[in-house]
Design a protein around this ligand. Structure first.
Ligand code: AQP
Length: 358
């Protein structure tokens, strides 16, 4: 049986201190996903979105479709609009519930760009130059053609997180360096201008921190780096998905054992299997003892089909009703703005901007 993230037990956490009789305030989480491709891939889901769904039960959760980030690489306007709704629909299909979390579109909350400017002015040029994701992405398109927006992408992400005073940021491993930058800049701002921002922590589950390409298990599954056969897009035809799982690269050995270093392909398949079903890796090793890779792949292909089929249907249902979708996003933006505006006004005041008279 496919197990959605919300089936997991609630995550236990220490909560921020509160008065004895007052109810304990919930820890806050914030995260975002880019609307740069039509479909989420399995890495996005297992590395991030699945945790978002679980955390909305125990946390005050803010999740957004980061369209400002999306334009750091060239985007067609009509595709961007379509993909933004599509991303929101997929987040709802994955299990986000607008009654339990705040779901919004980044550009609907202008405070993100406003705080980003302040944070840009606190960031060292050398510090920003060390961001590995910028180095990788700019190398791909030729350094001269990379935009300044791509260079300052991590600083916009800093603003995204700090605006909501987030305690934790559920992301995949590839985002760790950006969360470290967020912590550094929050401390720098607080040190220079007085306590203003909560210092956030990354929330990265070890097991699913990095899902690998099915054809090249030495690289992360990614919409830009993976070959089409190594990338599982959740909205693809289930049959095509099953085929990709069945032709995943393994190794010349036949033993089904988790060993990330020596058997990265099989280990990746075991991780995916275990996360989608809730069966432990050790149990899976036992279940497939003496059986070949074919048996593991055939079963995993079925599990994937069982997972993506209702996901695709639910996504389509949200897309078929754009008024409801837009109204969920409008309500989310209103809730997000209330929090973001308060933080921005405090930050502007601390920096020394003269308050505007209305
Ligand atoms: N392979 C992965 N394993 C675990 N987590 C992953 N994430 C992405 N790939 C993996 C996590 O997904 C969230 C959203 O990331 P994003 O907005 O950067 O989405 P994307 O642009 O679709 O991610 P890609 O495919 O990795 O993009 P490119 O190819 O442009 O670099 C994040 O929390 C991320 O960690």
């Amino acid at each position: 049986m496919v197990c959605m993230a919300s089936d997991r037990p609630p995550v236990a956490h220490h909560r921020p201190q509160a008065g004895r009789s007052a109810p304990l305030p919930k820890f806050r989480v914030l995260s975002g996903i880019q609307p740069t491709a039509g479909s989420f891939h399995l890495g996005n889901y297992l590395g991030a979105v699945r945790q978002w769904v679980a955390l909305q039960e125990s946390h005050d959760a803010f999740y957004m479709v980061v369209d400002l980030h999306a334009i750091t690489l060239p985007q067609n306007p009509a595709d961007l609009r379509t993909n933004t709704r599509l991303a929101a629909a997929q987040l709802l299909a994955a299990g986000l519930d607008p009654e339990r979390c705040t779901l919004f579109v980044q550009s609907h909350v202008p405070e993100h760009a406003q705080l980003a400017w302040v944070m840009n002015c606190l960031t060292g040029f050398g510090e920003a130059s060390r961001m590995t994701q910028f180095k990788d992405k700019s190398a791909k398109q030729g350094a001269d053609r990379a935009s300044v927006g791509l260079f300052t992408y991590p600083v916009l992400q800093v603003a995204d997180i700090l605006l909501y005073q987030a305690n934790e940021v559920p992301v995949g491993e590839d985002q760790r360096q950006h969360i470290e930058l967020t912590r550094d800049l929050a401390e720098r701002f607080n040190g220079r201008f007085g306590e203003t921002f909560t210092i956030p922590k990354p929330y990265i589950l070890r097991e699913t921190a990095k899902i690998y390409d099915l054809q090249d298990p030495s690289i992360k599954m990614s919409k830009s780096a993976s070959t089409p056969k190594g990338l599982i897009n959740l909205l693809d035809e289930p049959k095509a998905t099953a085929k990709k799982v069945k032709s995943a690269v393994t190794d010349t050995d036949t033993v089904i054992r988790f060993d990330a270093e020596r058997k990265p392909g099989v280990s990746n398949l075991l991780t995916i299997y275990s996360t989608l079903t809730g069966e432990g890796i050790a149990d899976l090793e036992q279940k497939y003892e003496g059986k070949g890779y074919g048996a593991l792949k055939t079963d995993l292909a079925e599990i994937m089909v069982e997972f993506v089929t209702p996901f695709r249907e639910r996504t389509q249902q949200y897309l078929d009703d754009p008024e409801t979708l837009d109204s969920i996003l409008a309500k989310g933006a209103e809730k997000a703005r209330a929090v973001a505006a308060e933080t921005l006004s405090q930050a502007y005041d601390r920096v020394g901007f003269l308050p505007a008279k209305h």
